[in-house]
Every structure is written in structure tokens, then in C-alpha cells.
Design a protein around this ligand. Sequence first.
Ligand code: ADP
Length: 444
Amino acid sequence: METPVTDIEKQRLVLSYEEKLTLLKATNYVKNRLLEQKMRERELQWHTKESELHENEIAMLNILEDARALEEELEKQRSHLDLIIASMGEGLLLIDEIFRITLINAKAAALLGLRAEDAKGKDMRTVVMVWQGDELIADKNRPATRAFALGKTTTASVTDNFYYQTSGREKFPVSFTISPLVQEKGVKSVIIVFRDATEEKVLDEARRNFMSLASHQLRTPLTAVRWYTELLMEKGMGTLNEAQTKFVQQIAGGASRLGDTINLLLSIARVEGGALEINPQPITIDDFTKTIIEELAPIAKKDKVALILNEPVPSIPSISIDPAMLREVMTNIVGNAIRYSREKGTATISLAAGEKEATVSVTDTGIGIPASAHARVFEKFFRADNAVKKVPEGTGLGLSLANSLVSLWNGKLWFTSKEGEGSTFYFTIPYQGIQEKRRGKPLA
Ligand code: ADP
């Protein structure tokens, strides 16, 4: 049941005009505050967005600026590189995998007698013919083909006898370096840097002619000196007194050393001129080494050096190699180990059978090689100061010859050494051996 509303209560429910106004004002006030707060929040959000946008804009500008700087740097480097390539003293060719010439510098164009614009894009094999001596090299054997196939740098010096020939230039000698540019999926292009070796060739031939001429002309009178000293020593011309015997012995010793030097010079001239005759025979390396040790034993004994073959000797398959070449290399290296050893020192020869090659190493306990001389040991006529002091009469030719001979059978020759402590010389002989070469002359 509804409770009746009293009059007083009715009066209370009816709001006075003032009250209504106040209420309205209050409502409006609250509404306005709420609106203001919203506006402020929006403004704040807007500001945040705006500053985010601004930051993004700055970041974009920075990136753009960096990119521009990078581009400028690249452009600078590119033009530097162009300048270097253009002003190089050597000819430069860049060849892609189908042998197209993609880059040719001014020097290369000039050396080949071609216009760079004409050569660019052409197959190098149709533009440049490659010869080795008198033999025109087939495409599959071109040094660049091999650089592509093997992914290895190939170099050829004047003594390798390479020649280029083009429509614009007669056959001319070159020396070159061909470097593959190895990328993820193999070799995609090679760089050929080459030089006209005409002048070098002339000099090299003159040097070789001089060497062989001098050697021949020195040899003939020397044979006479040896012959007559032998005659004197054998008392063919009567008995010599003590002083005369001593002098004749000195002459014989000097003539013998001079003969050895001339032979070394002659052998080097033959090897470097590609005029060495090669007669391979199946050789058992351990037996051969034992023979060399027996031959050098008297010298070792005289110098009071123990000459040892390191045991156990591994079994090495017989190798088809020229015994005269192997003898020259071994006697030079073992001979040095004895000569540069100290009294009561040792020279030890070790043999090792690798997968594809045998390695011979000779260790001595001698004077060693000063670090400053390491890079020059295989140079012709080079002798380190400590070696000159110990053995004044050396020539500095033996190792140079040994090095050339080892290279001929595709082996390697190297050493480790410390002055005052000794040296170890190593050389390898591939089981593949060496190919026969009938034309030419043997080692002197
Ligand atoms: P040579 O012995 O006549 O001087 P080589 O060509 O045989 O000529 O050797 C060149 C130089 O290498 C030597 O003069 C010497 O300085 C150094 N050398 C070679 N072998 C040895 C060695 N076993 N110990 C110390 N030095 C060596």
C-alpha cells in the first residue's frame, strides 16, 4: 500500500528556481571540467604523436643523409679506383665466366694495340691469342681457364715464355698474374694484370748468353790448368820439392773450386733457360739417400760432423725422377748442413712418406741463418754474413740451383732456422715424378 505524500514533502520535491539554477550550473561546471580534461588528454596525445612524428622525421632525414654520405663516399672510392685502374702501369683485364672482357684499362688497350671500346664485351679468347714459346695454347689450357677451374692465382714471369698476340699487335712476351675473384658460388670472374716483358726478355737472354758463354770460355782454359797440375802432382815432370808440392796443391784446389762454380753457373743457365735435359729413372729414395751419405761421409769426417740417417726409414714407393737432379739437390743441402755445422755437430737426414709426396729433411746443429737473411737465401750469389765468416769460399749458387730443380719436379723447398742454433731444410718429391725431356743438355 502506497504511503501518502504529505504536503511538506511535496513542497520539498518541488525545487525552487534558484535551486534548479544552481543544479544546472553545477552540472555544466562538471561537464566543462570533463570536457577540458578530455581536451587536455587529446592535446597531450597529439603532442606525443607530434613529437613521435617529429622524431621519425629526424630519423628519416638522418638515414637519408647517411645514405647520401655513403653514396658520396662510394662515388669517391669508385672514382679513385677508376683513376688507379686508368693510371696503372700494367694492363688490366676483367673477364667474366664466359670469357667476356668486362673491364679493360687504357694500358691494356695500348699494350694489346686495341681500342678499349672495341674490346669490351668481346670474348677474350677471340681477341688475345696466348703462346708459350712456339706453341699456341689451346683454349682449355689457357692460364685464365685454369684460374677459373682451380680458383687459384696463376703467375708467369719472363722465364715462363708466355706471349700475347692480337689483331693489333704482333706476338710479344708477357708476364702476368691472373687472380680469380672467388664469390659464394665459385669463381665468377678473373682479373688479369699483365706487362709487356720485351725488355726483360732481351735482358734475360743477354744474361743467359753471357752466363753460358762465360762458362764455356772459362771451362776450356781451366781444363788445361787441371790437366797440367795433375801432371805435376803425379811427378810426370820430375819430383817436386816440399814448397813446390804445396803450391801445386793450392793451384789444384783453386782450379777445382773454380770448376765447381763454373758448373753451377752453367747448370743454372740451362735450368733457367729451359734447356735442361731430363732423364727420369725409377729411384728408391732411401737407397739413394744412403748412397749420398756414403759419398759425403769423408767430408763430414774431415769436418768432424756426424752424418746420420734418421731411423726408422719409412717405405717410400719408387719415384720416376732424374737421378742427376736429385743428386744435385741432396748434395747441396746435405753439403751445406756439413759445411755450416760446428765441430762435433750433427747433420741428420729424415725421410717421410706423405699421401702424394715424399719429404726429405736435413737438420743440422750449425751456425743457423740470421732472421734478416731468411728472405734472400734462395737468391743467386746471396750469402749470409755468418756463412761468409765460416766458409769464405762459398758461391751462394747451390741453393738457387736446388730451388729451381725442385720446382722443375713440382716439389717445394723451404727451411726453418735460428741463428746460432741450426737449420732444417726440407724438400718434397711428388710420387708423380717428372716427365722426360730429351731436348737439352744435362746438369754440368
Ligand atoms: P753457399 O753455401 O755456397 O754460400 P748456397 O746457395 O748453398 O751457397 O747457400 C746460400 C746461403 O744460405 C749460404 O751462404 C748461407 O748463408 C745460407 N745457408 C744455406 N744452408 C745453410 C745451413 N745449413 N746453415 C746455415 N746457413 C745456410
